[in-house]
Design a protein around this ligand. Sequence first.
Ligand SMILES: [Zn+2]
Length: 251
Amino acid sequence: MFIYLLFIYGIFLGSFYNVVGLRVPLKQSIVTPRSACPTCGHQLKPYELIPVISYLLQGGKCRGCQSRISPIYPIFELLTGLLFAIAPLVIGWSGELVVALTLISMFMIIIVSDIHYMIIPDKILIWFAGIFLLERIIWPLTPWWDSLLGAVTGFSLLLLIALISKGGMGFGDVKLYALLGLVLGFKLVILSFFLSTLYGAVIGGLALLFRIVKRRQPIPFGPFIAAGTLTAYYWGPKMIDLYLQFLNQGF
Ligand SMILES: [Zn+2]
């Protein structure tokens, strides 16, 4: 029952996160003006703002000018709802679930900003730094200083790579990883980076192979960081155990 509620809650928040991710980098208010059709400027009425449902009822078209609305919007909203609904199945119904939902929320906003503008806004990171700090005080890692060690590790690791790659990795990613270290701790932040890079290399390689992107065209790294981090956060401890078992049997 609660899972369905989380799903619906996630869909509505996903719609809001999309607005936040689009407007914050442009320094626009997230409340006003009301959302409007980018083609004809038709202001959306409350019944046109219901996530997913409005899109389906209108057949994916604007009521004002009949121009097509990108299916990216309902897909993004559904994805947020799904991630919200899956979280308690992995994490369980504990305080840590709050941390998980916060993590998903931050990633959804960052993905929108990163895909549209290739930036991770400082304002978003500062906002979530405050929330995560508070959450890790209420629900600390064991030992608690693993958060401190994780933040330093995430920051140093990404800074080193940003310096070596000379612009291949942005400074926004460095700051994001300091924050992820605080949430995940030392071991999982390293695993998160390893998995994000792996996902990025595989998907980026495929995109290049099928000529979806051009060589040397910069790819937003945010979606891969989100996927890598959630994998590490959900299944990292199990993955590390399996890996150590494998090493032990090898010798
Ligand atoms: Zn329109």
